[in-house]
Ligand binder design. Structure first.
Ligand code: FES
Length: 344
């Protein structure tokens, strides 16, 4: 089997090189040599390992069309967990070198369930506390962790809604589906005091320093979690940029955390919250209409173009993305995280 040289170049121009056999995917080859590039599902479904091949050739294995759409494949974008080199390759990745680690130490830990509460018709709040003697939870707001369903090797990725802390606490807001392995675990088996293995953090969705440019956060459903973490981080560090949260749901009974958001608005002079319900009743107190339409109206009237942080289902993220393009917000000012369906 031929061996090829892979050079991975990070956002700031640092590089790391390693060998990869032609029947081996690039993420696995790197791990074999103790290089841990960004990855999560390792089965072509989440897009965490996305990069762009700037030199060399390769074959792509099976990937989810949402994680790597055809138009991105045509631009030589790759998912490294499903990318098999046929030549030496150079790949650029959209993250900095501090996201690459050289051991897995500290990446996996044990937690205990401390809160399990249904907070809307389809969302459960799950709080975990580290129970391995260590109390540090260190991540960038917007990143996610992989939670393992006890007694299985199945994991699902969720972003904490709280911020990094030294109390070992993690707060997750999880959409409960009719079917779904983690949903079934929450509905039927999870209980207070139960141990849950956690791995992470992962992901490149995070706040970007950009002077005093206003920040707009657009969240659909439990996409609220990572952006709430970002807003809470801004509060903790007294970041002064004006920020507006657009939180969208289809029905009123799906809305959650309205009290927490009202409280946050009182505590932060620079925060505006708009809770948007698409199919609202006459008595709904918040915004009526789709989050994308309400955002579009607002963006047409702004004098300073904001940075946009989007998190939610692919349809909402894509529609918001095209609204941003229509009103002239540059691609570089849009940061997004899509919820992609699990491959298994
Ligand atoms: S890690 Fe490659 S797509 Fe998820």
């Amino acid at each position: 089997m031929a061996n090829h040289q892979i050079k991975v170049i990070t956002e700031e121009g640092e590089s790391v090189s390693f060998d990869c056999a032609s029947d081996e995917d690039i993420i696995s080859a790197a791990i074999r040599q103790n290089i841990f590039l960004m990855s999560s599902c390792r089965e072509g479904g989440c897009a965490t390992c996305k990069g762009i091949c700037t030199n060399g050739d390769f074959e792509m294995g099976k990937v989810s069309a949402q994680a790597l759409p055809m138009e991105e494949q045509e631009e030589d974008m790759v998912l490294l967990c499903r990318c098999y080199p046929t030549e030496d390759m150079v790949v650029e990745v959209p993250y900095t070198s501090d996201r690459i680690s050289y051991s897995e130490e500290g990446k996996e830990f044990i937690t205990t369930i401390t809160t399990l509460e249904q907070i809307s018709s389809n969302v459960t709040k799950l709080c975990l506390t580290r129970s391995d003697g260590e109390k540090k939870i260190k991540f960038d707001s917007g990143q996610y962790y992989d939670l393992e369903i006890p007694g299985t090797s199945t994991t699902r990725s969720y972003s904490p809604a709280n911020i990094e802390n030294n109390q070992g606490e993690m707060e997750f807001l999880i959409r409960v589906l009719d079917e779904g392995k983690f949903s079934n675990f929450l509905k039927h088996d999870a209980k207070l005091g139960q141990s849950v293995n956690v791995k992470g953090p992962s992901g490149i969705f995070s706040l970007v320093a950009n002077g005093f440019t206003p920040r707009y956060f657009v969240a659909g459903g439990t996409g609220l979690a990572p952006v709430l973490s970002m807003i809470r981080f801004m509060k903790e560090w007294v970041e002064p940029q004006p920020c507006t949260l657009y939180f969208g749901s289809t029905f009123e009974e799906e809305v959650f955390y309205s009290k927490e958001l009202a409280q946050l608005t009182e505590e932060m002079d620079n925060l505006t919250v708009k809770i948007c319900v698409w199919k609202a009743s006459d008595t709904w107190y918040g915004e009526k209409g789709s989050v994308v339409d309400i955002l579009k109206q607002d963006l047409q009237n702004v004098s300073i173009k904001p940075d946009l942080y989007l998190c939610g289902p692919p349809g909402m993220v894509d529609a918001t993305h095209s609204v941003c393009e229509q009103v002239g917000i540059a691609k570089e000012n849009i940061y997004l995280e899509k919820f992609l369906p699990s491959v298994s």
